[in-house]
Design a binder for this molecule. Structure first.
Ligand code: HEM
Length: 145
């Protein structure tokens, strides 16, 4: 059940990070005014990603990979590329992605000019998007393979 929630919530997370990043990019390059809708979309990305981390953490301790880690030890996990990805790389890199979004969101508020606000969000959200895209297990997610 929680795996399913984590899996479907990821669709919302991915969509909103892409939208928020593209929105900031467009705003930056076309030197737009930073409006309420720009704040809302960036904030929405912040909220949905934080929720995903909580769901991910909840799922982690019930996941098969965690049970394998408990039964066989960390060394066993680290020697296997696929298990290492699931147990270590995916969680850490995703948390880092959310940290980038959090930093980007809080830094943009301190910027004076609208263009600097868009620039800050563009930089941090793009970085986060790259991490998320790199760490989604595409071959298993939603039976995509
Ligand atoms: C922005 C944050 C995150 C996104 C977008 C995300 C996305 C995903 C997706 C799409 C899957 C595949 C689900 C499936 O195959 O049905 C997955 C699996 C998983 N996630 Fe996350 N996740 C995030 C954060 C986290 C965090 C913080 C943790 C743990 C602390 C976590 C733990 C797991 C585990 C254990 C799996 C199953 C193993 C695997 O297939 O890699 N996730 N995640």
């Amino acid at each position: 059940m929680i795996k399913l929630i984590h899996s479907y919530w990821a669709i919302i997370v991915l969509t909103i990070i892409v939208l928020a990043t593209v929105n900031a990019l467009v705003g930056y390059f076309s030197k737009k005014e930073f409006k309420d809708k720009d704040l809302r979309i960036s904030l929405f990305a912040l909220i949905t990603t934080h929720i995903q981390v909580l769901i991910g953490l909840g799922y982690y301790f019930m996941s098969p990979v965690y049970q394998t880690m408990k039964a066989n030890g960390m060394g066993y996990i680290m020697k296997d590329a696929e298990l290492r990805k699931q147990a270590v790389e995916h969680p850490i890199m995703m948390i880092l992605a959310v940290v980038f979004i959090t930093i980007g969101f809080s830094k943009h508020k301190k910027k004076e000019s609208d263009n600097d606000k868009f620039k800050t969000i563009t930089m941090f959200y793009t970085l986060a998007l790259i991490f998320v895209l790199a760490m989604i297990p595409w071959s298993t997610w939603l039976g995509l393979s």
